[in-house]
Design a protein around this ligand. Structure first.
Ligand code: AHR
Length: 320
């Protein structure tokens, strides 16, 4: 048994009465998934900014969408003896071994924006939204908007095996299940990217009578929705009118689409996951305060009625 948990040792060395700036000098490794979406880019930007603001030395590693790269990065952070590790886990399974290694090394791990299937004891805390709820909000918006008319839905799923893809599907399915006029006629992954969202939507349109059989698109993120909107336009249909579009993230480009009447609704996911993560690490550093296992961020629905260009202006320079 080591004499003190690594982060507590740092606190003792730094002096336990330090205030908000006490994380200064802390070294944190961040294993980021990659840059598949505008939202992901903003999360990276915000994490770097938060680290700089707090005097944290952030070691950044881009996994290029591969879990094996994330595992390598985490092992390298452990070998370097960082004070804490942030992981945005690309998929939910397969983390037990490396999380156990970090625990054995007494390095707290904070999960950012996605969950893992591992035992809660293997990580310090998780900062995420309620991703099931995001799907529910999207589904409830659609039910309310369409009413009793028959509605064939096509779904662009996020990365297969990732927690938001699993949960956003679940939440949406639950919201529509009591309404027999809704039917998901096509559902496929678009890997959270614009290019794949467009490509898969093109195949949906072809398979569904040029899109005439489709009433709505539900995309697990805005980037896929933006790609799909382009495909709908190229197929000669009006996105937002002929095919309703609802998605998740609230990136600046979806607000342009909302303003143009080409998208209908989005559920906001804050890119600031690092702020609450660093707060939790700092509180632990200061007085060993254990955070809850889940620090939940807020989710908010935006529609065309919410002055989309104003929101676009507010968001456009935030690193998306
Ligand atoms: O885990 C959060 C999801 O990952 C975002 O909704 C999506 O845009 C990103 O790639």
């Amino acid at each position: 048994m080591k004499s003190c948990m690594r982060l507590v040792c740092t606190a003792l060395l730094a002096g336990s009465t330090l205030g908000g700036a006490q994380a200064a000098g802390m070294t944190v490794g961040f294993s980021q998934i990659g840059s598949e979406s505008g939202w992901r880019a903003a999360e990276t930007t915000v994490t770097r900014q938060e680290a700089t603001k707090r005097g944290i030395d952030l070691k950044f590693s881009d996994a290029q969408q591969k879990q094996e790269n994330q595992i390598k990065a985490v092992r390298s952070f452990i070998a370097q003896g960082v004070d804490a590790i942030l992981i945005a886990p690309v998929v939910a399974t397969g983390w037990d071994a490396v999380l156990s290694e970090a625990k054995e090394a007494e390095i707290p791990v904070v999960l950012l924006d996605r969950m893992v299937d591992s035992d809660k004891e293997l990580y310090f805390t998780a900062v995420t939204s309620d991703t099931v709820y995001e799907g529910t909000v999207a589904g409830e918006w659609l039910v309310k908007t369409v009413g009793d008319k028959p509605c064939n839905v096509v779904e662009l799923q996020g990365t297969t095996g990732s927690s938001p893809a699993i949960d956003r599907k679940k939440g949406f399915d639950e919201a529509i299940k009591a309404h027999s006029n809704f039917k998901i006629v096509r559902s496929q992954t678009g890997d959270f990217t614009r290019a794949k969202g467009k490509e898969v939507m093109e195949s949906f349109l072809k398979a569904e009578n040029g899109g005439k059989n489709i009433c709505a698109l539900y995309a697990h993120n805005d980037d896929m929705a933006v790609g799909a909107i382009q495909a709908i336009k190229e197929a000669g249909l009006k996105p937002g009118q002929d095919i309703l579009v609802v998605s998740v993230d609230a990136v600046p480009d979806i607000f342009k689409a909302l303003a143009a009447g080409e998208a209908n609704a989005t559920v906001e996911l804050t890119p600031n996951m690092a702020g609450p993560a660093f707060d939790a690490l700092e509180a632990f550093l200061k007085d060993k305060k254990e955070p809850p296992k889940w620090i939940q961020t807020e989710s908010k629905l935006y529609t065309q009625q919410d002055d989309p260009m104003k929101v676009y202006e507010l968001k456009k320079d935030l690193g998306y």
